[in-house]
Design a protein around this ligand. Structure first.
Ligand SMILES: Cc1cc2nc3c(=O)[nH]c(=O)nc-3n(C[C@H](O)[C@H](O)[C@H](O)COP(=O)(O)OP(=O)(O)OC[C@H]3O[C@@H](n4cnc5c(N)ncnc54)[C@H](O)[C@@H]3O)c2cc1C
Length: 397
């Protein structure tokens, strides 16, 4: 049975994707009186069940404040003034607050998304869930629209602009003709096996560990919810790893004094994420703007995925607000250039930090010495620490 009827609504901005980029953009536009419709492929419960990022840059915190969605973040988030890096049993701290005057905030992406949904619902802004067969039409002309089906019925949103916030596997990037876009990609020869456990974190700040057995990261969501990762083979699947096997491997990769105080327990989530660097350019095609993972992916070392999505939202909502409030389209014209300038710098940092901390299958003895030399330089050199801190807390928009 095909679709039976076509319903049409009109809005200013059609937003494809109800993840953090789409919802944050919708709320920021709403505060300036700009209407939007959000289209999400999954259910709300599914979106809220995804365990992903957890470290927020100052810029993202500022955007959440501007959107009126930061009360719980300020009440429940944890301020981190620095982070620890280890190699073997050596460990040192990079002090973000001392070098930049700014901390980062640990608050899960799930909670960010929950707060954004609550704000969207409270403001009565429309969200359509479980949309299918989403298609973009007329983005290179003056009257774009998004066609989709929901519950067997075809629907259409006519709009001024389309924000493609539908993640790496969405339809928005594919809507830009192949000869109009360039894609740049680096695939890393390993993944991250992550678990979430209801145990107190091993340390009150994150520990990034370079060990001869591979990378590990000790992170957290709150005082009794820990997130740990270990570098794993791309051929592994989560079922290959028992909880006991994971804990034993993690203990071998972090300094002995940390391993000795690690509290273990059953995992409540276990997953593997492959590591990839990816950029699509340009990020605008006519009246279609790509935002967040739809346009770029970073390896998670350095926690830049969600934060870079937020910086796109910053540029896009400024451009659209300027257009609707003054009629000026210069921000729209320069959106792709502005967003990409910061994206590439964040790509560089994520690539550098990933290269510094992981074991690569083809690494030579010379390469290993270079990693140690760089870590020791970072340990002993305040200028190097400042450069890392500036990138970690987030480059200015
Ligand atoms: C497994 C995993 C772990 C991660 N861990 C970290 C981390 O530790 N630190 C970090 O900084 N970053 C991490 N990231 C990256 C971070 O989560 C993303 O950068 C962030 O979610 C980007 O937000 P987004 O809204 O742009 O995209 P997404 O969160 O992917 O949201 C896109 C939304 O669009 C919807 N959608 C897709 N296709 C369509 C369609 N055709 N129509 C309508 N809706 C559609 C999707 O269902 C989804 O809800 C991780 C990512 C993954 C996948």
């Amino acid at each position: 049975m095909g679709p039976v009827e076509e319903c049409c609504v009109k809005t200013q901005v059609a937003i494809i994707g109800g993840g953090p980029s789409g919802l944050l953009l919708a709320q920021l536009l709403q505060t300036r009186g700009i209407d939007s419709v959000v289209l999400e492929r999954k259910t709300k419960a599914h979106v809220l069940s995804r365990i992903r990022a957890g470290v927020l840059e100052r810029g993202l915190v500022g955007l959440l404040e501007e959107a009126g969605c930061a009360d719980r973040l300020h009440a429940e988030g944890f301020t981190h003034d620095g982070t620890l890096l280890s190699y073997g049993d050596e460990m040192f701290r990079v002090d973000f607050a001392a070098h930049t005057g700014t901390p980062v905030v640990v608050y899960g992406q799930t909670e960010v998304t929950r707060d954004l949904y609550a704000a969207r619902e409270a403001s009565g802004g429309p969200i359509a869930f479980e949309v299918e067969d989403v298609r973009i039409e007329g983005a290179d002309g003056p009257t774009p629209s998004v066609i989709y089906s929901q519950g067997g019925q075809m629907r259409r949103v006519d709009c001024d602009f389309i924000a493609g916030c539908d993640g790496f596997h969405g339809v928005s990037r594919q809507a830009i003709p192949l000869d109009q876009r360039q894609e740049y990609e680096k695939v890393y020869p390993f993944g991250w096996l992550g678990i979430l456990s209801e145990t107190p974190p091993v340390n009150d700040e994150l520990i990034y560990a370079n060990s001869e057995r591979g990378f590990a990261l000790c992170s957290m969501r709150n005082a009794n919810l820990s997130r740990y990762y270990i570098q794993c083979s791309l051929s592994d699947s989560p079922e290959d790893w028992t909880d006991e096997g994971f804990w034993e491997e993690l203990k071998r990769r972090i300094p002995a004094d940390q391993a000795a105080k690690l509290v273990t327990g059953p995992s409540i989530e276990k997953s593997i994420a492959p590591l990839r660097s990816f950029v699509c350019a340009p990020m605008r095609w006519g009246r279609l703007f790509l935002c967040g993972d739809a346009a770029h992916i970073v390896p998670p070392t350095g926690a830049k995925g969600l934060n870079t999505a937020a910086s796109d939202v910053h540029y896009l909502h400024r451009a659209l607000t300027r257009f609707y409030e003054t009629g000026e389209s210069d921000g729209i014209e320069s959106y792709s250039t502005d967003a990409l300038a910061r994206v590439w710098k964040t790509q560089r940092f994520s690539w550098w930090f990933s290269s510094l901390m992981h074991r690569y299958p083809d690494q030579s003895a010379f390469d290993l010495h270079m990693q140690v030399a760089e870590l020791e330089h970072l340990r002993s050199n305040q200028a190097a620490q400042k450069a890392m801190a500036e990138n970690y807390v987030g480059l200015p928009y």
